[in-house]
Ligand binder design. Sequence first.
Ligand SMILES: NC(=O)c1ccc[n+]([C@@H]2O[C@H](COP(=O)([O-])OP(=O)(O)OC[C@H]3O[C@@H](n4cnc5c(N)ncnc54)[C@H](OP(=O)(O)O)[C@@H]3O)[C@@H](O)[C@H]2O)c1
Ligand SMILES: *[C@@H]1O[C@H](CO)[C@@H](O)[C@H](O)[C@H]1NC(C)=O
Ligand SMILES: *[C@@H]1O[C@H](CO)[C@@H](O)[C@H](O)[C@H]1NC(C)=O
Ligand SMILES: CC(=O)N[C@H]1CO[C@H](CO)[C@@H](O)[C@@H]1O
Length: 243
Amino acid sequence: MSLEAIMETVLVIGATGNIGVAAVTAALRSKRNVLAVVRNQSSADKLVKHIGSSEGITFVEANVLSDSGVKSVVDQVQAGKLPAFQHVFSSVGGEYTTTPLPEISTEQLRRNFNISFEANFFAYRDTIRYLLEKKNPISTWTICTGSQGDVATHAVPAMTQGALFPFTKAAARENESTNIRFNEIYLSFRVEVDTDAVQHDVTKASDFGNVYEMILANPEVRSSRVRVDDVDDLKKLKYEKKF
Ligand SMILES: NC(=O)c1ccc[n+]([C@@H]2O[C@H](COP(=O)([O-])OP(=O)(O)OC[C@H]3O[C@@H](n4cnc5c(N)ncnc54)[C@H](OP(=O)(O)O)[C@@H]3O)[C@@H](O)[C@H]2O)c1
Ligand SMILES: *[C@@H]1O[C@H](CO)[C@@H](O)[C@H](O)[C@H]1NC(C)=O
Ligand SMILES: *[C@@H]1O[C@H](CO)[C@@H](O)[C@H](O)[C@H]1NC(C)=O
Ligand SMILES: CC(=O)N[C@H]1CO[C@H](CO)[C@@H](O)[C@@H]1O
């Protein structure tokens, strides 16, 4: 068998962010290729800088906020212009701000729901059919949400994360017995790309990447919330069914 035939590919949406970089790191470390969706060349360059190399990464430009952005990527995959993928990881994210509720402008509210909710929803809606059609039993679909959705010390991200919870529960239900293992990573502490993490004394993306590596490696983890409450959870998966 050729190397291409056995090499898996992870489609990463939000690939250039703190969490996306962790997912790309995990994919490459576990000998998978990455198809990274980026908004432009500067974002692609940023990802290469964080990872240290572009080996194993194919870049595709798309506007993931638009309801045709991810769809255009899948269309190109189906046309054979981009590598086929078996896994999806999504972590498009908006502002981590403490703006109090009365001061949130309509524009700020809509922008954040656009980035943190709609983009992740479109990513799911427009890749899931492709993965179902391929019927590959190794397929996975993973999203990272934040405990802000419950804690709500930061109203803007709290509201968008809160909206992601029922979406992930519905997706976990709909794929309970398909070829796709859908899982949510529920993260309760700050993770940043390694250089920033060192400066701010928070967890490094490369360490957080362990969680995604463990999910990819463990066929038992399905339709679950994987809780990452403290650093011990970076070594051993803590998961339970979403419903
Ligand atoms: N970091 C954490 O500690 C943490 C904790 C709990 C939960 N989370 C969850 O993970 C999500 C991502 O967090 P993060 O820290 O990785 O965020 P981030 O570093 O700000 O990254 C956000 C990602 O979304 C993309 N994005 C943002 N606005 C965009 C726009 N207008 N058009 C196109 N792409 C856009 C960014 O692309 P560019 O690079 O091109 O800007 C980047 O890839 C959060 O929203 C939350 O759901 C994160
Ligand atoms: C890429 O997008 C970012 C964010 O919108 C912007 O600041 C930057 O100028 C863009 N770079 C290019 C090369 O278009
Ligand atoms: C959301 O993003 C899309 C694509 O960039 C844009 O067309 C739309 O106007 C945005 N919606 C809001 C409410 O900001
Ligand atoms: C077995 C099962 O529940 N399959 C569902 C998986 O998700 C797709 C798309 O959302 C549904 O069409 C299937 O019925």
